[in-house]
Ligand binder design. Structure first.
Ligand SMILES: NC(=O)c1ccc[n+]([C@@H]2O[C@H](COP(=O)([O-])OP(=O)(O)OC[C@H]3O[C@@H](n4cnc5c(N)ncnc54)[C@H](O)[C@@H]3O)[C@@H](O)[C@H]2O)c1
Length: 307
């Protein structure tokens, strides 16, 4: 195709996509049916993972729950059964270990079958200034928050590609889009998770596997306990999200094949846009105004430490 034709085509399509976007502001997108899908959720033993398990269960899915915390898993499995899951399979899996991930993944393939919706949700935070964080915790953060995504994709993506059907959900963070004082290793892991999920999403499209969808979730603080003690300077502008609200939005995004979910959407979009166009001095002024330097000052996290 020649340059003029291709340019006109792109301009017309851009116009159409904008009209489509405006239409969908008024008319919600159709939600897909996921009844009978096999959904694997890592970090299902508490917080967002548990609530997602309950939501997926209500769609009559087969659930595969992974966590390092056996008691938490048991409770989630019971709640998922109550909520209508077709079957629930729970596995203790340490996502920081590649061998554990591959071993348990093989067990899942033998005992349950192919996974068609993979939710990488397990996550940890050190909550320390970088120079105070022990190397072992920094390594674990990278292993759980991103390396585990590599290994779970390696294990479960081939079947999705073969069937041209599946969904890869990455529970990342707004800390995967913007740096935060006091969250250096966490930000590094979440930036990596976002870049990885986005790249694999593109790899699927380039391979013609448009049936394998990607949803990348980037929330601000959610009140699950993981970031207990953290503060937001302007709660009306940047509220700490309620888990129930976050789950509603995450499920909507998955069921409508939304590629990115930023929460709260408007303010994060504005901040990201300004971050990309403002001078460094101006960006820092805005960061200070939004409290980006002090968010972690009173971090406690969970009182019961995760390994
Ligand atoms: N809570 C927030 O403010 C917030 C904000 C943005 C993103 N996120 C992300 O959302 C996800 C869920 O967080 P949450 O708030 O529900 O926290 P959470 O602590 O309640 O849940 C994390 C789960 O991961 C499990 N886990 C930890 N290490 C593991 C390991 N090695 N192997 C297997 N499982 C392991 C934990 O046992 C726990 O059940 C995380 O990836 C987190 O980074 C949370």
């Amino acid at each position: 195709m020649n340059f003029v034709l291709e340019t006109v085509q792109v301009l017309l399509l851009s116009l159409w996509f904008n009209i489509e976007w405006l239409i969908h502001l008024l008319i919600p997108r159709r939600k897909k049916t996921i009844r009978g899908e096999v959904v694997l959720i890592t970090g299902a033993g508490s917080g967002i993972g548990r609530l997602m398990a309950q939501e997926f269960a209500s769609h009559q899915t087969v659930l595969v729950l992974w966590d390092i915390n056996q008691d938490g898993l048991k409770q989630t499995a019971a709640l998922a059964q109550e909520n209508g899951a077709v079957r629930v399979h729970s596995y203790v899996c340490d996502c920081s270990s590649k061998n554990d991930v591959y071993g348990v993944a093989d067990q899942v393939k033998r005992e349950v079958g192919d996974v068609s919706i993979l939710v990488n949700n397990a996550g940890i935070v050190t909550g320390k200034k970088f120079m105070d964080a022990p190397d072992s915790l920094i390594e674990k953060t990278m292993e759980v928050n991103v390396m585990a995504h590599f290994w779970t994709y390696k294990a479960f993506l081939p079947a999705m590609v073969a069937n041209n059907h599946g969904h890869l959900v990455s529970i990342a963070s707004s800390a995967g889009l913007l740096g935060v004082n006091g969250l250096a290793d966490y930000c590094a892991s979440k930036f990596a998770a976002v870049g990885f999920a986005e790249s694999i999403g593109l790899e699927m499209l380039a391979m013609g596997k448009s049936g394998v969808k990607t949803t990348i979730v980037c929330p601000y603080f959610i009140n699950t306990g993981m970031f207990d003690g953290c503060q937001t300077k302007w709660p009306r502008l940047m509220p700490i999200l309620k888990p129930e609200y976050a789950i509603k939005k995450i499920m909507e995004a998955i069921l409508t094949d939304q590629a990115y979910l930023l929460m709260p959407r408007s303010i994060l979009n504005i901040v990201l846009y300004l971050h990309s166009i403002l001078s460094t001095k101006h960006g820092l002024l805005l960061g200070e105004y939004l409290g980006a330097f002090n968010m972690m000052d009173h971090f406690r996290g969970r009182t019961k430490k995760l390994e």
